[in-house]
Design a protein around this ligand. Structure first.
Ligand code: MC0
Length: 146
């Protein structure tokens, strides 16, 4: 079951400048940043709010690390803007299988590793009314050591 907007992915040419825009304009701070070489992105997660299922919703700012990556190709064609939306679920495998059974193309046979150790997959935008859609199961929150 999809229980929240996990994040909205925003493609940008210059991550540092875009982070500064969101900080200066809205007061959003970087919660987490990383490079995902498999996806070809450098990213910053700006936490917007906690959600009732124990998760959270983020803005995800994405700068491509190479021109032939999904974000690099999309930026070259469209310029900066909203690249995808991501729904959070406790069961990305089950939800992806259910959605595939409905005739929507799920892009990965098995979920891959996303931001902050999450498990992710994508639905083809042409099957989703033009919206690249991601499903995310967050990594378990580690208990603090006592
Ligand atoms: C491409 N299309 C899109 C789109 N990307 N439509 C809406 N939103 C997008 N983001 C459209 C194109 O305009 C084109 O339509 C058609 O899809 C084929 O696009 P293409 O340029 O020929 O590119 P393909 O087919 O090689 O790849 C498109 C595809 C790819 C969606 C399969 O981008 C992909 O695998 N995306 C999933 C991975 C991803 O996006 N990773 C980056 C975020 P026309 O009408 O011109 O034919 S990584 C991330 O977000 C991770 C780190 C995380 O959340 O944790």
């Amino acid at each position: 079951m999809l229980t929240r907007i996990d994040h909205i992915g925003i493609a940008c040419f210059d991550l540092d400048r875009t982070v500064e825009f969101y900080r200066a304009t809205y007061g959003f701070e970087v919660f987490h940043s990383e490079v995902n070489e498999e996806q070809g992105v450098r990213e910053a997660m700006l936490k917007i709010n906690e959600t009732s299922d124990g998760g959270a919703s983020y803005l995800q700012l994405l700068e491509p690390t190479r021109e032939d990556s999904a974000v690099g190709k999309w930026l070259a064609k469209n310029g900066e803007g909203v690249h995808h939306i991501a729904f959070g679920t406790a069961d990305v495998d089950g939800d992806a299988a259910d959605i595939r059974d409905k005739g929507v193309r799920v892009l990965y046979d098995q979920p891959r590793i996303g931001s902050m150790g999450s498990r992710i997959t994508f639905l083809h935008p042409k099957d989703c009314h033009g919206v690249l859609t991601e499903l995310v199961t967050s990594a378990p929150v580690e208990s603090p050591e006592h």
